[in-house]
Design a protein around this ligand. Structure first.
Ligand SMILES: NC(=O)c1ccc[n+]([C@@H]2O[C@H](COP(=O)([O-])OP(=O)(O)OC[C@H]3O[C@@H](n4cnc5c(N)ncnc54)[C@H](O)[C@@H]3O)[C@@H](O)[C@H]2O)c1
Length: 397
């Protein structure tokens, strides 16, 4: 099962590729390739991942370190071979063309959240993936955080009763828009980039769909530093059962914040409450190099390998949420091996339909996309209410 990663940024270097090389070393996936826009990125990636072998497009050795190819993903998908998986890790506003090319050429996909930024695009992806029997999973890794899964279980068991209201916060250090996303922070916002995790988590926990929302955005610090981007965005989402979730997001936290991400969730139901600080996991390091840090052992951390302590084993919800879709695709391949195309298509459709209620396939990922689009509609229209229809169509009235 060859795997292509499109986009060679932070998430690819820190989570996606280490996960893939681990899966490869366990014999679970085949060749790994990476397509980026600029060959310079590949050089950076190679420096981040010493000793890891992957095919690169554009290739700095063959094409030169200054090579630029915005269509490298098309060439890389064309040469991926049968049974390949495409992992989409480009900026949020450039997911759709890559996903659509993968679907068109018959490759299953894993997409870094959010699926895309527009409801119309998400519906198009859902419908074409269903018609072609293609698996498209959005990497909403918070679903794999045991602190969130615990809330889902209690809610589904009825221990929290009916949802009343809740509060989520997720805010990152200012290095994100100023350094890591300097090229695209003006096209996104802290809500679209990270806040959507908690919108999806609420849907994951409760199964509820949004009814209407109102959002607010502030631009004060970033414009003074040369970026026409939002510092903070917050939204209050009313759900179909009339419960309400307030989500507070930002990406201008102090450089001295003791973790990259300050985050957590509180829920109140008719029969019980849930409080969870997802930054402070009661684990801290204080070192000369790293100063004082809140350490989240649950996200994506390298541990000493059980059998060879000199090697690193990657564990955590960041790993689990990429491994699960890779396993799903492997299951689809195994179930359809040796079938003719018509029988394989029918089998893929049947398996994917069975996974739709329990995975962030496009029908569920559509909700995060719709909330993202509605949040932007609201804060760009003097914080008007935005309403959601049955299939997530948006309206302001
Ligand atoms: N799952 C998560 O929780 C999580 C966490 C962080 C980021 N993300 C998402 O992952 C995606 C990437 O984030 P990032 O942090 O790596 O961003 P980044 O800006 O660090 O990297 C994006 C990469 O995409 C490349 N790219 C841009 N256009 C391209 C094209 N036409 N063809 C090929 N490559 C292209 C850029 O060169 C860059 O290497 C975003 O959608 C982001 O929201 C998800």
């Amino acid at each position: 099962m060859p795997v292509l990663v499109v986009g060679g940024g932070m998430i690819s270097a820190e989570v996606v590729l280490p996960t893939l090389f681990q899966e490869q070393s366990r014999g679970l996936i085949g060749k790994i390739s990476v397509a980026t826009r600029r060959a310079e990125r590949i050089q950076w990636l190679r420096a981040q991942l010493p000793g890891c072998d992957f095919r690169a497009l554009p290739d700095p050795d063959a094409d030169g370190p200054d090579a630029v190819d915005p269509e490298s993903y098309k060439h890389a998908i064309a040469e991926l071979g049968p049974g390949g998986v495409v992992i989409v890790a480009t900026p949020d506003h450039f997911h759709t063309p890559v996903i659509e090319e993968a679907i068109r050429t018959g490759h299953h996909c894993i997409v870094e959240k959010p699926l895309c930024l527009k409801v119309g695009e998400a519906r198009r992806i859902r419908d074409s993936a269903r018609a072609a029997g293609i698996y498209v999973n959005t990497d909403y890794h918070k679903r794999h955080d045991r602190a969130i899964r615990a809330a889902q279980k209690k809610y589904r068991d009825g221990a929290l009763g009916q949802m009343l209201h809740g509060h989520a916060w997720i805010e990152e250090r200012r290095e994100m828009p100023l350094h890591w996303f300097a090229n695209w922070c003006e096209h996104s916002s802290p809500f679209e980039y990270i806040g959507v995790h908690y919108a999806d988590a609420y849907h994951f926990i409760t199964g509820l769909k949004p009814k209407r929302l109102v959002a607010f955005g502030q631009k004060k610090l970033l414009p003074s530093l040369g970026k026409d981007a939002y510092d903070t965005v917050s939204a209050t989402i009313q759900w179909e059962d009339d419960s309400v979730l307030f989500i507070r997001t930002g990406w201008v936290c102090s450089e001295h914040q003791t973790a990259l991400t300050n985050q957590g969730l509180c829920l109140m139901g008719t029969e019980g409450e849930y409080w969870s600080d997802h930054k402070d996991r009661n684990t801290y390091f204080c070192t000369q190099a790293g100063k004082f840090e809140h350490f989240n052992p649950n996200f994506f951390k390298g541990h000493c390998d059980w059998n060879d302590p000199g090697k690193v084993e990657w564990v955590g919800y960041g790993y689990d949420s990429i491994k699960q879709p890779l396993d799903d695709v492997r299951g689809i391949h195994a179930a359809t091996a040796g079938m003719d195309e018509a029988a394989a298509l029918a089998k893929r459709k049947e398996m994917i339909a069975a996974l739709e209620p329990v995975r962030p396939l496009p029908d569920q990922a559509l909700i995060g996309t719709a909330i993202n689009e509605a949040v932007r509609m609201s804060f760009e229209n003097e914080s008007a209410y935005v309403h959601f229809g049955e299939d997530m169509e948006l309206s302001m009235r």
